[in-house]
Design a protein around this ligand. Structure first.
Ligand SMILES: *[C@@H]1O[C@H](CO)[C@@H](O)[C@H](O)[C@H]1NC(C)=O
Ligand SMILES: *[C@@H]1O[C@H](CO)[C@@H](O)[C@H](O)[C@H]1NC(C)=O
Length: 217
């Protein structure tokens, strides 16, 4: 009886573990992405290991601020498996983020990754995320240079540079391809669009309010 309980809890632990392991575990030293291969797999097909070079594991320019002259006032330089082929199958990626004064990264989620943000410059970076239903608890803080903040996998989060100077940071993700769902674009800018009356009911407003928002996406 006791051994059955142990076996059962072992199985449950395995299943739970599998459910939490988002990117698959590597089974080779490396599987450098052959980004030109048209075969569709979960990730990228491996290049012939004999042709792999140091450049496959390399990127540069992450010390240079990106251009934040855009509507939202932020920009990002990604370092995912799409840019660094050697990241394929390793469950990790990163990005440089720049924020103009007043710039925001609008509410969004990464379906496949927890994110950790390390602030390089800035003194008034508002960060926050919201927990699942039914609590919908808003966890938020103002952080600055040298501070670190974590955004749990899948949860909707945002950032705003409330300072008068540009801010920047490096983020790392627990996926080679974290994915991004930007709430406004997903809800109001999908293609084809979600029916206006569905959104009107969901947001408890008139159709014309929904149509007005849709017209911006
Ligand atoms: C930044 O982007 C804006 C808008 O696209 C452009 O007009 C401007 O020339 C860019 N600045 C630099 C330094 O590249
Ligand atoms: C943002 O900046 C304004 C002006 O300095 C300040 O009044 C406000 O409290 C700041 N917001 C946060 C969340 O710190």
């Amino acid at each position: 009886m006791a051994s059955r309980v142990i076996l059962l809890s072992g199985l449950v632990a395995l299943i739970v573990n599998a459910a939490l392991a988002l990117d698959n575990n590597p089974i080779l030293d490396f599987c450098v992405a052959d980004t030109k291969n048209t075969v569709l797999v979960n990730g990228y097909v491996c290049k012939d290991p004999k042709t792999v070079q140091a450049e496959d594991f390399y990127a540069s320019g992450f010390h240079i601020p990106t251009n934040t002259s855009n509507q939202l006032g932020f920009n990002a330089l990604p370092a995912t498996a799409a840019q660094i082929p050697g990241l394929n199958t390793f469950g990790i990626s990163a990005a440089r983020i720049d924020y103009a004064p007043g710039g925001i990264i609008p509410p969004h989620s990464h379906p496949r990754a927890t994110e950790i943000l390390i602030v390089l410059e800035g003194s008034q970076l508002e960060v926050g995320f919201v927990t699942s239903n039914p609590e919908n608890r808003h966890i938020t803080k103002v952080i600055g240079k040298g501070d670190v903040f974590v955004f749990p996998v899948g949860l909707i989060h945002y950032q705003r540079n409330n300072g008068s100077q540009p801010a920047s940071g490096i983020v790392a993700f627990s996926s080679q391809n974290p994915g991004v769902h930007t709430v406004a674009n997903v809800v109001f800018g999908s293609n084809p669009e979600i029916a206006t009356d569905i959104l009107a009911k969901a947001f408890q407003v008139d159709n014309n309010v929904i149509n007005q928002i849709k017209s911006h996406f």
